[in-house]
Design a protein around this ligand. Structure first.
Ligand SMILES: *Cc1c(COP(=O)(O)O)cnc(C)c1O
Length: 393
């Protein structure tokens, strides 16, 4: 079996990855490349990080056997409850890890980008806790769409700076954050929110999120006496919850992997975010991967009902799984995600994030056997999506 888990020394997963950054960012990126593994693998870092995960974030999150859902789909469905983390999603696993790392690199100032505001909130939370200055770049349009999260970030002490170029959404916020980093290379760490960006970010973020699959293995063993499920399913925006959910299973041949992308109004509709279906090889935000772009390389504006999946690229880890057919990719449309959000709420009493509902909707696309063990990552909770849910009732 190949090694799908770790990139090579230059940050490549097969043909995807690398570090494509302006020369002025070389020192920052090199500093991280040289130090990240040694620091995050050190005993003192692990001790501090694991203590916070347990006592501050609330890990381990439960692995819940969803009896009603299992009955309906005539198989055995387990939900990994990342929705129960402090701040409501998996993003805190990474934000906390990176802010701790930044402290150890002697940084005083943290910058981040955010789309829906979830990563911004997680980063602002970690900075409040650990006493670092926090600046969050956010598209002007997103600031208007996501007012509650903007309020949370401000209350947590972060400065929220609007990105006013281009479409005034996530990709423009990333560009602003990169500009800031170029101007403040010594004092500042850029906390990227998914398994995207120049090497080592995809690997760094995947390592912090890999706690998800580590726990799944332990919990499955405890509950049913085996470590590996037959299927493991997660939604993919940039791909961080999916990378964490797949991490300890990608190199286990007998575990089948399924990724759910945002189809929007449908992959043919012109309003979609299904990057593996629509993307071509390109460079976006510092790494080589699949990108939704025109023939001359202009990034195409994506669409998804869930702001967290509304991204025109996909992390190199996942592009490689797609290329090598190690994972099966489904594209889930807005209406299918909504339907499954309502279904889970009604039969299990759990209101999921719209992003996570894309992973659940795979249950309608794929027939599982009665004895199959199917684990689905419930990446976040639905509080932030209530307005959308009530509008579409
Ligand atoms: C941000 C977010 C996602 C998508 O990001 P990934 O990096 O692909 O995990 C998925 N689910 C929730 C709840 C999110 O907040």
């Amino acid at each position: 079996m190949k090694n799908y888990k770790n990139p090579d020394a230059n940050g490549y997963y097969g043909d995807y990855g690398g570090a494509f950054v302006p020369e002025m960012l070389y020192p920052n990126v090199e500093e991280l490349q040289k130090n990240y593994i040694e620091i995050i693998e050190s005993e003192s870092f692990r001790k501090e990080y694991e203590d916070l995960l347990k006592n501050y974030v609330g890990r381990a999150t439960p692995l819940y056997f969803a009896r009603n859902l299992s009955e309906k789909y005539a198989t055995n469905i387990y939900l990994k409850r990342e929705d129960l983390n402090h701040t409501g999603a998996h993003k805190i696993n990474n934000a906390l890890g990176q802010v701790l790392l930044a402290k150890r690199l002697g940084k005083k100032r943290i910058i981040a980008e955010t789309g829906a505001g979830q990563h911004g909130v997680a980063t602002a939370t970690a900075c409040a806790l650990l006493g670092l200055e926090c600046i969050v770049y956010m598209g002007e349009v997103d600031i208007q769409r996501q007012a509650p999260n903007v309020g949370r970030m401000k209350m947590l002490g972060a400065a929220v700076i609007p990105a006013t170029s281009g479409s005034k959404t996530l990709k423009d916020a990333v560009n602003e954050a990169l500009k800031d980093w170029i101007n403040n290379p010594v004092t500042t760490h850029y906390v990227i929110g998914s398994v995207v960006g120049p090497h080592p970010f995809p690997d760094l973020v995947a390592r912090f999120q890999s706690i998800i699959s580590k726990e799944i293995k332990e919990q499955l063993f405890e509950q049913i006496g085996r470590e590996n499920p037959d299927y493991i399913i997660a939604c993919v925006g940039g791909g961080s919850n999916a990378a964490g959910t797949f991490y300890h299973f990608v190199d286990e041949e007998n575990v089948k992997i399924i990724a759910a992308e945002a189809g929007g109004f449908g992959v043919e509709s012109g309003k979609s975010a299904a990057t593996t279906f629509l993307g071509t090889l390109g460079i976006l935000h510092g790494s080589k991967s699949l990108v939704m772009q025109t023939a001359d390389g202009q990034v195409i504006e994506p669409h998804s009902i869930s702001a967290g999946l509304d991204y025109p690229g996909i992390g190199p880890f996942h592009a490689n799984l797609f290329r090598e057919k190690r994972a099966e990719f489904f594209s889930i449309n807005d209406d299918e995600a909504l339907q499954f959000a309502y279904e889970l709420t009604k039969i299990e009493g759990i209101i999921p994030a719209l992003e996570s509902a894309h992973a659940l909707a795979v249950l309608d696309k794929k027939k599982f056997k009665k004895d199959d063990v199917v684990v689905i990552c419930l990446s976040g909770r639905g509080d932030k999506d209530m307005e959308t849910y009530l509008k579409n009732i």
